[in-house]
Design a protein around this ligand. Sequence first.
Ligand code: RFL
Ligand code: PHB
Length: 391
Amino acid sequence: MKTQVCIVGAGPSGLLLSQLLHLRGIASVVLERRSRAHVMGRIRAGVLERGMVALLREAGVNARLDREALVHEGLDIAFDGRRHRIDLAALTGGAAVTVYGQTEIQRDLFEARDATGGIVIDEAEDVMPHEVDGDAPYVTYRKYGVEHRVDCDFVAGCDGYHGVCRTAIPNQVLKTFERVYPFGWMGLLADVPPVSDELIYVNSARGFALCSMRSPTRSRYYVQCPLEERVEDWSDDRFWTELIGRLPADAGARLVTGPSIEKSIAPLRSFVAEPMRHGRLFLAGDAAHIVPPTGAKGLNLAASDVHFLSRGLIAYYQTGDDRGLSEYSEKALRRVWKAVRFSWWMTRLLHHFPEDSPFDRRVQAAELEYLFTSKAAQTALAENYVGLPYE
Ligand code: RFL
Ligand code: PHB
């Protein structure tokens, strides 16, 4: 098979890139390791920056989002039993975030690719990019025991943190940066009305908690948990009791509980791989970087990467101008590191770190106190949370 861009991974990065290229007449083939049911069943992000919403609109996958998504102009941070609202809209001159599940975005993107005859091959085994530093790269994979080869101009590595494309960059070229946090997030999804109209991020004596949502009738809650915990150790009852114990009293009293639809534990990690381009291979999204979910930035970074990469590829195919491709890694990484910084900072601010000394705890409390009383500090949080510009 021959195509222009071979995209590895059918997560949000891969499908969005494929759809944006299609709209400009650029052909792609998407190779995905998992089944479609598996990809559609993953419960992940929920908060979209305006840049990502604009990109989904550009890709023509905004119809359901426009009908169903929730617009949030603020969020709450709770500490020491008190709640403080960060007025995102007032602090940023009118910006807001959009609450719409990654699961829904996956569905909208699959539907769009199917409707326009997009080639998305699922259950592709042993996907492997070759010759990416030459002029004629290709990708091999196996399906139903048969070997296949896709010849292409470029390979887009959109295959997530555990993907294979990053490994095609030689060790002497690739630099990685990493911070592993000493806890995870236990998440629960349930068809119960959210405890509040806006998200509540909680730093409590028992650790971090987050009240989020997918719709007016579906809630997503998280509690910080030790890394060695297993989902099987968390009955719904244990989860709800722990969550209520961490919420400010008024929210705890109002919380509606119910049977879980999904429960999972995610470890927290910051990770960046540089460069994001090697020859004719381009990494985008979690394949190149991971952030802890505290700042709601992972999916949004995948979108900004896809924005820069799609612009570069479109310019190349339309006019032969390869500047966008040459600058891709540097441009994307500038924005990535700012989101890495913000996610690390939010994580540091809101979690209980087991190794913290009494001094560290006092500094954390002082930083929260400062945030609650300083408009400058709130503005810094707000402009990062709604999303820095794509530039
Ligand atoms: P994905 O979604 O991991 O997709 C990669 C795809 O590649 C496939 N794949 C392969 N295919 C072929 N061959 C191989 N060798 C392959 N290896 C892997 C995989 O099966 C998969 O389908 O990466 P992508 O597209 O870059 O998207 C990134 C986002 O999924 C991720 O950043 C976010 O989910 C992170 N995240 C959040 N981001 C936000 O912006 N806001 C949030 O509120 C938010 N909350 C979260 C999150 C992530 C979480 N978890 C579970 C990690 C909350 C959680 C709990
Ligand atoms: C979510 O709704 O899953 C969510 C929201 C905000 C975050 C992380 C996850 O910071």
